[in-house]
Design a protein around this ligand. Structure first.
Ligand code: PLP
Length: 384
């Protein structure tokens, strides 16, 4: 199998699996229990919090463990807007993950309004338009939410700059960093970001565990009540094995970012992308105009159907994805690509190939032997 779907999820690192198994077998007490056994597990959970805080450059007490990025995003959107109920506008983009877009739509049904910031070519936020919208709505803005790196294209938004602009206007800034945490260096202490979401499984940690970081001073109304856990910001017995696994993944991600490995992954991605562009007529890279995470390429093959490409690649043992969704029998192109200005025939035939630190040179060699003839085969079926 050639696994090029790491933006969907990553293989958990061996050390993560080992730590989680040990937690399930040995450290299964409730971390809220006062007895020594419970307090030993509490110690492990707090160590994991420290590891994650080290990766993100924040304070450990700013971290709220959640069930993943979807919950973190929901908590940020609902909890941060609820803290300023007089402010009813959310500024965001049309190219967020559905875990931001859908809660925004739901909030809109409850009397909120969301405004989309215009984008430049390549899908980058237009910072001038952003500044204008901030000026226009400053007094009514409850929250600004812009993702750090895009899950479909890897395009990296200038979130640090946007956060500074928000701070100047006294508006909290949240970022969905699910596709950047563990992939690019993050030092929250040196930014004006108020809150950040992530999920462990995107950087070789476990699925079903994530975090929302809420910086000191930022306000949040808890959305899940029922216990004092996570400093009363998220009730419910902690998923301690998951949290312990996330801590190990954070430590490993820190070591990865400090090594030469990101450059190796970048060169594999570049070789994959450049060779596909050379070998396949009409192939285009979506988001190429902007800075991107070094593990992601989103390539469009005009007039093809991404679903057909993915099925053919899957038959040849290549795992890839598309932003496309199959709704009521008709294949819809990715709304993210369309909102970025990618023409429809290209968006329809776009696929995402995403690497990780586990991706090998041999896998890329094999992918390069498989993908061009597969695309040519599909292109040959197009009407002339
Ligand atoms: N946000 C982004 C940018 C993502 O890529 C994902 C997962 O694909 C999520 C949020 C949701 O993560 P989870 O399904 O782990 O809650």
């Amino acid at each position: 199998m050639i696994y090029l779907d790491n933006n969907a999820t990553t293989q958990p690192a061996e050390q993560v699996v080992d730590a989680m198994l040990q937690a399930q077998r040995q450290w299964w007490a409730n971390p809220s229990s006062v007895h020594r056994f419970g307090q030993q597990v509490r110690g492990q959970v707090e160590m994991a919090r420290e590891e994650l805080a080290d990766l993100l450059g924040c304070k450990s007490r700013e971290i709220i463990f959640t069930s993943g990025a979807t919950e973190s995003n929901n908590l940020a959107l609902r909890g941060m807007t609820a803290a300023r109920p007089d402010r009813r506008i959310i500024l965001t983009t049309a190219i967020e993950h559905s875990a931001i877009r859908e809660p925004c739509e739901h909030l809109a049904e409850q009397g909120y309004r969301f405004v989309h910031v215009p984008l430049l070519t390549g899908g980058l936020v237009d910072t001038d338009a952003f500044a204008q919208l901030l000026n226009e709505h400053a007094d009514d803005l409850g929250l600004v939410s812009v993702h750090w790196a895009n899950n479909e294209t890897g395009v990296i938004q200038p979130v640090e700059q946007l956060a500074v602009m928000c701070k100047e206007k006294g508006v909290p800034f949240h970022t969905d960093a699910t596709q950047s945490a563990g992939k690019i260096p993050i030092d929250l202490a040196s930014t004006a970001i108020s809150a950040l979401s992530l999920a462990g499984h995107k950087f070789h940690g476990p699925r079903g565990v994530g975090a929302l970081v809420v910086r000191s001073g930022a306000r949040l109304v808890p959305q899940q009540r029922g216990g004092p856990q996570e400093r009363e910001r998220r009730g419910g017995t902690e998923n301690s094995p998951g949290i312990i696994g996330l801590g190990v993944a954070a430590q490993l991600a820190g070591e990865y970012l400090a090594s030469d490995e990101p450059a190796r992954v970048a060169s594999l991605r570049d070789r994959l992308e450049n060779t596909l562009l050379q070998r396949i007529d009409g192939a285009v890279v979506n988001g190429v105009e902007a800075p991107r995470t070094s593990n992601t390429t989103n390539i469009g093959f005009p007039h093809l159907e991404s679903e057909a490409i993915l099925i053919l690649l899957s038959e040849k043992q290549v795992c890839a994805s598309a932003g496309a969704a199959c709704s009521s029998g008709s294949l819809e192109p990715s709304p993210v690509l369309l909102a970025m200005g990618v023409p429809e025939p290209v968006a329809h035939g776009s696929i995402r190939l995403s690497l990780s630190r586990f991706t090998t040179e041999q896998e890329i060699d094999q992918a390069l032997e498989i993908i061009p003839p597969a695309i040519e085969r599909l292109q040959a079926t197009l009407p002339q």
